[in-house]
Design a protein around this ligand. Structure first.
Ligand SMILES: [Zn+2]
Length: 897
């Protein structure tokens, strides 16, 4: 998903113009024949004639293509008006699908789906229509005639943009403003970019200055990391700006511009900037209909600027209404969001927090994925049936996410037959056009066929920046050596899916070549591993996985693996048994056997603690990577074992715990509850996956290895939290460390600070309220997405106290408290004093440890929730020493006063 955040400014409802006889198509009941390759047959010839007539605006000869006995004069006139335009400069007619016409003898009549693109000088439109064609018995290739035309979908609003190089506008202190940003051309020249609707863009050349000052405090902090200042002020030599033509009329003050004939050198510069910057956005891929660059217009109120700054390279600013976070500053070359937030206008509409699910157009109920996988070539060929329900008030288009390298061959709806679709260049979007606007609640099934080369998804934290908010629970760095595997998970968009993760059930059939095995999200259906009768893959095996419980995203991994162990452990909830299977790469077979009982123990422990086991089976793939780590989609987990020849040093990382050998396994398995069964409602809430999984793995370490292991983990959580916490709050999600390109910062804060905060919360509200609250939160949000506010509510309910300040400080804030303390030892009593900054009070439970002369040790929990706290601790002997925060549980800095 490249540049999703920026490209998603292409927020379209493609205008749906005239229309529509949306007759249910019979397409799904009939066999489809591909259009004949090679020399055109009679049908092909007929459409070739139509194409020529359209090109020549030759209306007069069009009726000759119609069957006069089937089409009345009035109908013919209407069809002519629909298809022909005097302004047409180019036309393309592409046959997409052909099925036998019921009323004709075999081979003598067809329903033919065609796409017709007609272009004028400034714009284009695409019509999808069903033509029924027939020839008389025994007729020759020239005897085919059209007997009926049904318009299916129609798309207009595609524009050809043009840079006006004839006129330049001399500018002095020319200023354009958008939300929190101002572009001033102190002196220079402006060129206009025109569309059929008016001016939609500008090229600014000369001595320019960009001034960007985001409102939110967190964003100021991120901008400071990026530029050294909370306001970005930078010079630029060139910029490209896009707006809707109506906005240009009303919002751009052109009074300071002086028109003059263009200087050829300036015009050439403007052309160079335009050629590079314009196609980066609002650009539609029309596949074989046109090789030209076609654009849609930005929505009114939206704004985009590609700014060639002197210091920071090209920065992209965009304001895109309708996005939950409508203001972005983006560095395309490094694929990093620098700023991403909601403007006050958007905040007023949507409130302080949002659930990405509420913004989606539709809800997927079920996926049926059938994919052939060629791991050597990293090539897949798939067909997916998506059953969905429209969630928006009305939907004229459905946008899906599918990896850009996958070429889509067809989108067929159960109700409408073949549908028109588009891809957006440089983006994973697949936009499906509906013939009629679908109302809320409409159920629909889309059958989508696609294929292409898709690189394996690397488990690479450092490149989280590439993927933005869709990134999932990937806990390691790239494999450099070892047994190769082909992993396609949440980032890969390897099947057509909703634009945000979407809980759905699925049946997934994956066919792999001889010698390979596959693990995917779902329970492997026994006996379904069978030879596939596909000629394209001789000797392959099919695996069928059923996800009977809702899953957020589906993943698969193909590698050379063999089944090495299977066991059963105690489960809670729907079933009291959980089946665990382990597959392993050849060199990992022994480890795979060893891990099965440990996995069983971990799953039993978590299931007991949560009183629920979300998925009915678990498969573990023991793979090889140069660095240890893992990944845990629903129903399975990948554990990467260091390949024998790994030379990377990994120990000094926030998520390496030397003393806890099964750390990665325990962390990954916890994701079945956190991250999978309960998802995060937007990227700000990623800690609900990673922080919770991290804390659960510490709880398991404590149960398996005792307090020493647990305290060692707490110590490491604290150390990393202290060292990296000034990089941003937990609720910055994947953006932590993004600007610097350091995944370590993300892990330090989301994983370790997140886990530490959970432990403090537990000590703040007590074990009973904490674990009840966890179960309540989990139960409320199971198979849904959740946010910190949901968690806070659950914890407030079970603890009976307000936790607003706790979450404000620890999750939404960046600062950590500094506590000054002193202790006084008197006979029979120890007094401890704590002070913190009264302007920003934290709730921090602190362990005070009394060391008695006789060697025994007493831990006392002192809850600190005020600026000044004095606690008297009765003692039962001679106290030799008082220690503060011995267990590293408090995320505070301590100064003895
Ligand atoms: Zn994780």
């Amino acid at each position: 998903m490249r540049d999703r955040m920026v490209v998603s400014i292409v927020r379209f409802a493609l205008p749906l113009a005239f229309l529509v006889c949306a007759q249910p198509s019979s397409a799904q009941n009939t066999t489809h024949t591909a259009a004949q390759p090679g020399a055109p047959d009679g049908v092909g010839l007929l459409f070739h004639k139509l194409e020529l007539l359209l090109q020549q605006n030759n209306r007069d000869d069009f009726p000759a293509l119609l069957s006069t006995s089937d089409i009345t004069g009035a109908e013919a006139e209407q069809a002519t008006d629909d298809l022909f335009s005097y302004e047409t400069t180019r036309a393309v007619v592409q046959e997409r699908d052909r099925t036998q016409l019921e009323s004709a003898l075999p081979g003598d009549g067809y329903h033919v789906i065609v796409e017709i693109m007609t272009e004028t000088a400034a714009r284009a439109r695409v019509l999808t229509a069903r033509f029924d064609v027939r020839r008389p018995r025994g007729g020759d290739v020239d005897s085919w005639r059209i007997i009926d035309i049904t318009r299916l979908t129609f798309v207009q609003g595609l524009y050809r943009l043009r840079l006006d190089t004839a006129t330049q506008y001399a500018a002095r202190e020319f200023t354009i403003r958008a939300q929190d940003v101002q572009f001033t051309l102190h002196s220079g020249n402006v060129f206009q970019v025109v569309s059929g609707e008016g001016v939609t863009g500008l090229i600014l050349l000369g001595r320019g200055e960009m001034r960007f000052s985001p409102g939110p405090q967190t964003e100021k902090g991120q901008l400071r990391i990026f530029s050294g200042s909370e306001t970005l002020t930078t010079l630029f030599g060139a910029a490209f700006v896009r707006v809707h033509p109506a906005d240009f009329e009303t919002r751009v003050d052109v009074s300071g511009l002086r028109a003059m004939p263009a200087d050829p050198r300036q015009a050439k510069r403007a052309q160079d900037v335009y050629a590079v910057e314009a196609p980066k956005s609002f650009n539609i891929d029309l596949r074989d209909l046109s090789r030209e660059t076609w654009y849609i217009l930005p929505q009114t109120g939206d704004f985009l600027a590609e700014v060639r700054t002197n210091k920071f390279g090209t920065l992209t600013y965009s304001r895109s209404g309708g996005n939950a976070e409508d203001v972005t500053l983006f560095d395309r070359s490094r694929r990093r969001a620098i700023s991403l937030y909601a403007s006050p206008t958007t905040l007023a509409v949507r409130g302080a927090t949002y659930n990405e699910d509420e913004l989606r157009t539709y809800d997927v109920i079920d996926y049926n994925v059938d994919t052939m996988v060629y791991p050597d070539r990293q090539f897949i060929e798939g067909r997916t049936r998506v059953t969905l329900r429209v969630q928006a008030d009305a939907a004229a288009t459905l946008t899906m996410r599918l990896a850009e390298p996958l070429a889509v061959t067809s989108v067929i709806s159960s109700d409408f037959g073949r549908l028109l679709f588009f891809r957006i260049r440089n983006d994973d979007s697949l936009i499906v056009n509906l013939p009629v606007s679908a109302q809320r609640g409409t159920m629909m099934t889309l059958d989508i066929a696609y294929s292409g080369r898709l690189p394996t998804q690397e488990l690479d934290r450092e490149t989280v920046s590439l993927q933005g908010q869709q990134d999932e629970d990937v806990d390691t760095e790239p494999m450099l050596k070892g047994e190769p595997n082909f992993l396609l998970s949440s980032r890969a968009a390897w099947y057509p899916q909703n634009v945000v993760t979407d809980y759905a059930r699925a049946r997934i059939r994956i066919t792999v070549p001889e010698g390979y095995a596959c693990v995917a999200s779902g329970q492997l259906t026994p006996g379904d591993v069978s030879l596939r009768d596909a000629a394209t893959m001789t000797g392959g095996h099919s695996y069928v996985f059923n996800a009977n419980q809702p899953v957020r995203y589906f993943a698969m991994v193909v590698s050379r693996m063999t089944p090495v162990a299977s066991t059963v452990t105690e489960a809670h909830g729907r079933s009291n048994q959980l089946a665990i299977n382990v597959l392993a790469n050849p060199r990992q077979i022994a480890r795979g056997r060893d891990i099965a009982p440990v996995a069983a123990d971990i799953m039993k422990f978590y299931g007991g603690m949560m009183e629920d086991t979300p998925y009915e089976s678990l498969t573990i793939a023991m793979l090889e990577h140069d660095v240890p780590g893992g990944h845990s989609p629903a129903y399975f987990a990948i554990i990467n074992n260091a390949a024998p020849f790994s030379r990377l040093y990994w120990g000094n990382d926030p998520s390496a715990f030397a003393g806890v050998p099964e750390f990665f396994l325990a962390h990954e398995l916890a994701h079945q509850w956190w991250g999978q069964a309960v998802g995060w409602k937007n990227y700000h809430e990623q800690w609900i996956s990673e922080g919770f999984a991290q804390y659960f793995s510490a709880l398991y370490a404590q149960r398996a290895h005792g307090d020493a292991s647990f305290f060692a983990m707490l110590r490491q959580f604290r150390r990393w939290s202290l060292s990296e916490s000034d990089q941003g709050p937990i609720d910055l999600g994947y953006r932590l460390g993004l600007i610097q390109g350091q995944g370590r910062i993300f892990r330090a804060i989301i994983y370790n600070k997140g886990a530490s905060v959970l432990h403090m919360l537990r000590r703040f509200v007590g074990d009973e309220a904490f674990f009840n609250g966890l179960r309540r939160f989990y139960g409320d949000r199971k198979f849904q997405k959740a946010g910190t506010d949901d968690f806070q509510r659950a914890m407030e309910a079970t603890s009976g106290r307000s936790l607003q300040r706790f979450f404000d400080r620890w999750i939404h804030g960046t600062d950590l408290p500094t506590l000054r303390y002193s202790s006084t030892i008197r006979p029979g009593e120890v007094t401890v004093l704590f002070d913190q900054d009264s302007r920003m009070i934290f709730d921090v439970p602190v362990t005070v440890t009394l060391q008695y002369a006789d060697g025994h040790v007493q831990d006392v929990l002192v809850p600190i929730s005020e600026a000044h706290v004095e606690q008297k601790i009765p003692t039962s002997g001679t106290v030799r020493d008082v220690q503060i925060n011995r267990d590293s549980a408090a995320l505070a800095r301590f100064n003895e006063s």
